[in-house]
Design a protein around this ligand. Structure first.
Ligand code: DGL
Length: 273
């Protein structure tokens, strides 16, 4: 059994965790929501890298042998730096441009993501590989993360926030839309409703989470992770990143939830997965 750290700026990474858990139900997971510093979308890459070092140290203190950046913005800003700084494997989010480009009938694909992700070299390189074949249109999902963190996934407010970003993509002809932020799949019901109301009920939203879960399986199968027995550490939420592990009680296998801020919504979302 391996101990795996999964992080996001908030609850969004749980959309990735639920896919991981389907493929790897028997590992031990430590989920960290950095919600005291959320949203990451408009923060500088330096700031995000600093947060990620702190969170990775916290995971390692608690025995993590692999880390999933279940956050596109964190992946864009920090994954290379983390891989150069630690010898455990890191799995990050991949912008799902390829499946969108392969599936489009209109020849136009849309990408919804944070400003940080859209500016990152990872996304720009991927985009560069496909832009000769399809037209790629983008929008920042302005206000999406805040809606999800507040648990406001449906209703008139959610619909108007979603419509502001989605309508221009549909107007430009996009028939495949990449969800380039792990918070966005929680708005799927509203995204579909708004698309249908705008006369685009056939648009497909693409969530890269299943592909990321498969990637983690490959990493574990590659032997890069030893799968040590669990030792030490308290099983409770609310600890701050890099807080020292004071207790050394045996930990049951399963899931530990931590948040750098208030952890009520995290527990609520987790319970609803
Ligand atoms: N869930 C995140 C992502 O995938 C971060 C969103 C944010 O904090 O702005 O990009």
């Amino acid at each position: 059994m391996a101990v795996i750290g999964i992080m996001d700026s908030g609850v969004g990474g749980l959309s990735v965790f639920r896919e991981i858990r389907k493929l790897l139900p028997d590992e031990h997971y430590i989920y960290y929501a950095d919600n005291a510093h959320c949203p990451y979308g408009e923060k500088t890459p330096e700031y995000i890298r600093e947060r990620l070092h702190s969170i990775t140290d916290f995971f390692i203190l608690r025995g993590a042998e692999a880390v999933v950046l279940a956050c596109n913005t964190a992946t864009a800003a920090a994954i290379e730096d983390l891989r150069n700084s630690y010898d455990i494997p890191f799995v990050g989010m991949e912008p799902a441009v390829k499946p969108a480009a392969l599936g489009t009938k209109t020849g136009v694909i849309g990408v919804l993501a944070t400003a940080g992700t859209l500016k990152g070299s990872k996304y720009l390189n991927t985009k560069g590989r496909f832009e000769d074949h399809v037209k790629i249109v983008e929008r920042v999902g302005k206000g999406f993360v805040e809606l999800v963190e507040a648990g406001k996934l449906t209703g008139p407010k959610a619909e108007s926030v979603v419509k502001a970003a989605l309508e221009p993509l549909l107007a430009e002809g996009a028939d495949r839309i990449v969800l380039g932020c792990t918070h966005y799949p929680f708005l799927l019901e509203t995204l579909r409703k708004v698309a249908a109301e705008l006369g685009h009920g056939d648009v497909e939203f693409i969530d890269p989470a299943p592909a990321v879960a498969k990637r983690l399986v490959q990493v574990l199968e590659s032997g890069a992770v030893q799968g040590e027995p669990l030792e030490g550490g308290a099983v409770q939420g609310g600890a701050k990143a890099a807080a020292p592990v004071e207790e050394t009680v045996p930990r049951p296998r399963g899931v530990e939830l931590f948040a750098s801020g208030e952890d009520g919504k995290l527990k609520e979302f987790y319970a609803s997965l």
